[in-house]
Design a protein around this ligand. Structure first.
Ligand SMILES: Nc1ncnc2c1ncn2[C@@H]1O[C@H](COP(=O)(O)OP(=O)(O)OP(=O)(O)O)[C@@H](O)[C@H]1O
Length: 372
C-alpha cells in the first residue's frame, strides 16, 4: 500500500494543502504547533476513521469553516483508490471512494492501513486501561472492519443498560427484573464478540512483541501481555460458554451494579496487562525501557497487520524518533527497510541517524502550509 497524495481542505490548521509522497520516507519538520501532528492525524483518520487525539469532528474542521475534507490517493496491490472523508462541524461526516458515496463505515475501512506511534503511546504503559483497550480496538478496526459495527452495537447496549441501572438507583423506575435481564443478555452477546476478538488479537501480538522486545532490550527481559476480562474463559470455550461465563459474572455483580447505577462487567472494563519479568510494566524500569516496550508493541502491530493484510501498513511516527537513541532508531530502520512507507514528524533533523535522511523527502511545515 502506498499513499501517493493527500489533499487537506479546511482540516485543522490547513486551509488548502496538497502533499505528494514520492519516497518511502517523508520527514516533516517544523516548530511546535505548525501542523505536523495534524497531517498525521488526517492519514490515521483514513485508516481508522478515528482520531487518536479528539472524538468530535467539530475539532477537526478548521475554525470558522463548516466543512473540512481529507482526500487521498492510494496505490494498492490490486488498483489505486481515491478516498474522501468530509467532516462537518454541525452534522455527520460522509465518506466516498472513487467518487462514489460510501454510507457504511465498514466499507471504507481497510483501504488504508496505518500504525501510529506518537508520544501519546507512552500511555500504553503508563496510562489507564482504557488506553490499552483503545489500542486493541484501533488495530481490530483495521484488521476486521466489521469490528467497528460490533463496537457500536456494544456501546449502544451499554449506554441503555447503564441508563436503566441509573434510574433504578435513583428510584426513577420500578425495578423490573425481566427488563434488566433482557439487557444483560444483549450485553453478554455483544460484549462476548469484542472480548473474544481482543483476546485473540493479544495472543497473536504477544510472540511478535516478545521477539522485538528481546531484540531491542538485549534479550534479558521477559515481556508478557495478557488480556484480562472481568470473568474467566478458556480459549477453547465456545461462544455460548463465554456468554454464560459473562452472564454469571453479571449476576454475581447484580447488587453492586444496582447500587452504583452502572455496568461493571464487560469489555469496557477489561484490562490488558503488560508485565516485564513479572513486574507491571508501568512500575518497571526507566522511561527509556518503557519506550522500548512501546516500540516493541508498535513493531508487533506493524508486523501483524502486514501478515494479515498481505501488504505493509503505513507507519506514522509523530515526534518520537528523535527521542529514541541511535541503537533503537537503527532497530526500527532495519525493521521497516524501504518496504514500509513512513511519515515522520520532528522539530529538528539534528538527532536523526544519517541513514534516515538518505532515502527521505523532507518537507517543512509552517502555520498550516507545507514547503518543499
Ligand atoms: N480546528 C482547528 N482549526 C484551526 N487550527 C487548528 C485547529 N485544530 C488545531 N489547530 C491549530 O493547529 C496547530 C497545532 O498543530 P499540530 O498539533 O499539528 O502541532 P505540531 O506541528 O505537531 O506541533 P507539536 O510539536 O507542538 O505537536 C495549532 O496552531 C492549533 O491552533
Amino acid at each position: 500500500m502506498y499513499l501517493k497524495s493527500l489533499h487537506l481542505r479546511h482540516f485543522r490548521n490547513y486551509s488548502d494543502q496538497l502533499v505528494g509522497f514520492a519516497a518511502p520516507k517523508t520527514i516533516i519538520v517544523g516548530n511546535n504547533a505548525q501542523g505536523k501532528s495534524n497531517l498525521l492525524e488526517a492519514v490515521f483518520l483514513l485508516a481508522t476513521l478515528r482520531s487518536h487525539r479528539v472524538s468530535r469532528d467539530r475539532d477537526l474542521v478548521q475554525d470558522g469553516a463548516s466543512l473540512g475534507e481529507i482526500q487521498a490517493i492510494c496505490d494498492r496491490a490490486l488498483s489505486p483508490v481515491e478516498l474522501v472523508i468530509r467532516l462537518r462541524s454541525e452534522s455527520r461526516r460522509t465518506l466516498a471512494m472513487n467518487g462514489v458515496s460510501v454510507p457504511r463505515h465498514l466499507d471504507f475501512l481497510g483501504q488504508v492501513n496505518a500504525v501510529m506511534f506518537s508520544s501519546l503511546d507512552l500511555d500504553l504503559v503508563r496510562g489507564s486501561p482504557e488506553c490499552r483497550r483503545t489500542w486493541l480496538d484501533t488495530v481490530l478496526v483495521q484488521l476486521e472492519p466489521i469490528y467497528t459495527s460490533l463496537l457500536q452495537q456494544y456501546n449502544q447496549v451499554l449506554r441503555q443498560r447503564n441508563a436503566l441501572l441509573k434510574s433504578i438507583r435513583q428510584g426513577g423506575v420500578t425495578f423490573d427484573p425481566q427488563q434488566l435481564s433482557l439487557w444483560d443478555a444483549q450485553l453478554a452477546t455483544t460484549g462476548t464478540r469484542l472480548t473474544r476478538r481482543r483476546s485473540r488479537l493479544v495472543q497473536r501480538l504477544t510472540p511478535i512483541a516478545q521477539k522485538w522486545h528481546q531484540a531491542i532490550s538485549g534479550g534479558s527481559e521477559q515481556l508478557q501481555i495478557t488480556y484480562t476480562p472481568k470473568f474467566e474463559f478458556a480459549d477453547s470455550d465456545t461462544v455460548e460458554q463465554v456468554q454464560q461465563a459473562f452472564l454469571a459474572q453479571i449476576q454475581q455483580k447484580a447488587i453492586v451494579e444496582q447500587r452504583q447505577g452502572t455496568s461493571l462487567v464487560g469489555p469496557h472494563r477489561d484490562e490488558v496487562n503488560l508485565t516485564i519479568n513479572e513486574t507491571p510494566a508501568r512500575e518497571y524500569g526507566s522511561q527509556g525501557q518503557q519506550r522500548t516496550l512501546v516500540l516493541a508493541l508498535k513493531l508487533a502491530e506493524l508486523e501483524l497487520i502486514e501478515a494479515i493484510i498481505g501488504e505493509p501498513p503505513l507507519l506514522l511516527l509523530d515526534d518520537v524518533l528523535a527521542e529514541l537513541d541511535l541503537l533503537r532508531q537503527n532497530q526500527l530502520l532495519n525493521a521497516i527497510e524501504d518496504r514500509v512507507q513512513t511519515i515522520i514528524t520532528t522539530t529538528h533533523l539534528g538527532s536523526f541517524d544519517a541513514k534516515w535522511l538518505d532515502s527521505a523527502q523532507i518537507f517543512e511545515v509552517q502555520a498550516g502550509k507545507i514547503h518543499v
